[in-house]
Design a protein around this ligand. Structure first.
Ligand SMILES: [Zn+2]
Length: 418
């Protein structure tokens, strides 16, 4: 708890090997002056009246952004993990796991997350977001989507006794009017984003041209209604889309980001670029589930990584902006550091500079928080990390942070003076 009586917050001046600026890729030979939860400015030397944090040889960078998380999941490799969390685990237990997840995200330097679907715990993500903002629990800035939307028969749990009512991992809606009403309802309960599943699973077949087709979850009218209603109320739409039709219909309906995007043909990639739709590939999460799902759901899953890589390249070629997102929760929060996704992206052939923009400036743009997050700059939120080594030549540096500050509060510091 901070003392907010009458004295102004102390000045904190953070110095190291330099400040990495993601936009230009330059390393600025400056120190960062913080007051309260704001970055006051970048200076040549430490101000006299400031508390100095000397990070030695570490490079100062903006707090990281994970644009696709699930704080309310702790593993979703297949049907059994989904069934357990939906049907057996008490909501309070899941929320306790989520509190741990929020702390883990912050410890890993992720000072902003976009949480895309509470997976059967209603608006718990919204409540947790507010608890973080009030300082009740530790956590990053959360942009929360609430329960997410899908249509009848397209999202777990499924195929249980038809004469019993079972919980669902999403809010199930059908028909244009119901779609509009559901978006209004979710926004009234505090949703920052609308998450929609535009196709189910990875589809059923790999076509001769190397892409995946499936049935869509919605009619074009239903999807257009969801997007229109969300945009009318100042909210953006994230579309879980893993097959050609899922991506194509989401883009045509006006969705703002494509999540996973396993199968994106070149013409769809060009349409995404034209309309400014972001791609949030989640390669680590896909890698985590493909083997299990190939056994459980069908051999199409054995092709997902290869098709996804092709799709990412189509997007890069077309000029689609990539954003960094991990789908953490799909794999256990305690199993991988989210920053490992950086290496997966690099192995998939994404240029390092593009990956770094996806982690910072592009993510801030998607979240409509430019000037607030994604860069260490005057006036922005004091979300600051420090890494040992140069991020421009080694993305692995983000897996070992020496320093994390969120909204001006020091979360971790391993160096003297901090
Ligand atoms: Zn997800």
């Amino acid at each position: 708890m901070t003392d907010t009586q009458s004295t102004p917050p102390e000045l904190i001046s953070i110095g190291g090997r330099g400040v990495w600026e993601p936009q230009s890729g330059q390393l600025l030979d400056q120190v960062v002056v913080v007051q309260g939860d704001r970055i006051l400015g970048l200076e040549a030397t430490h101000p006299e009246n400031a508390r100095i944090i000397d990070l030695g040889n570490q490079i100062i960078a903006p707090g990281l952004i994970d644009a696709h998380t699930h704080i309310l999941l702790h593993g979703n490799i297949g049907a059994e993990e989904a069934r357990y969390q939906l049907m057996e685990e008490y909501p309070a237990h899941r929320i306790a796991h989520a509190v741990q997840a929020l702390r883990i995200a912050l410890d890993h330097g992720f000072t902003t997350i976009r949480d895309l679907g509470s997976e059967g715990v209603g608006y718990a993500d919204i409540a947790l977001r507010d608890a973080v903002d009030e300082g009740v629990i530790d956590g990053p800035r959360v942009l929360a989507a609430g329960p997410a939307l899908s249509s009848t028969g397209t999202y777990p749990v499924l195929h249980y006794r038809p004469d019993w009512v079972f919980p669902s991992g999403v809010q199930v809606v059908d028909g244009v009017d119901a779609c509009r009403r559901a978006v209004r309802e979710q926004i009234s309960y505090g949703a920052d984003w609308i998450k929609v599943y535009t196709n189910a699973g990875a589809g059923r077949q790999l076509n001769a041209d190397g892409y995946i087709d499936s049935a869509p979850n919605w009619t074009a009218d239903e999807l257009a209604a969801i997007v229109d209603e969300a945009h009318m109320r100042g909210r953006r739409v994230a579309a879980h889309a893993t097959s050609d039709v899922g991506v194509r219909m989401a883009v045509e309906a006006g969705a703002d980001s494509i999540e996973h995007g396993y199968s994106i043909r070149p013409d769809v990639a060009r349409l995404m670029a034209e309309r400014g739709v972001f791609l949030c590939p989640t390669v680590l999460a896909a890698d985590h589930v493909v083997e299990h799902r190939a056994k459980e759901r069908g051999p199409i899953w054995s092709s997902v990584l290869e098709v996804q890589q092709r799709s990412i390249h189509n997007c890069l070629e077309a000029g689609v902006k990539l954003v960094f997102g991990t789908d953490v929760g799909g794999f256990p929060w305690t199993k991988h550091n989210q920053a490992e996704e950086l290496r997966f992206l690099e192995n998939a052939g994404v240029p390092r500079a593009e990956i770094l923009r996806g982690l910072t400036t592009h993510a801030a743009e998607l979240l409509e928080l430019q000037g607030e997050i994604g860069a260490v700059q005057t006036g922005s939120s004091a979300d600051i990390i420090a890494v040992t080594g140069d991020p421009r030549s080694d993305l692995g540096v983000f897996e070992q942070l020496g320093f994390v500050m969120h909204r001006g509060r020091i979360i971790r510091a391993t160096t003297e003076g901090a």
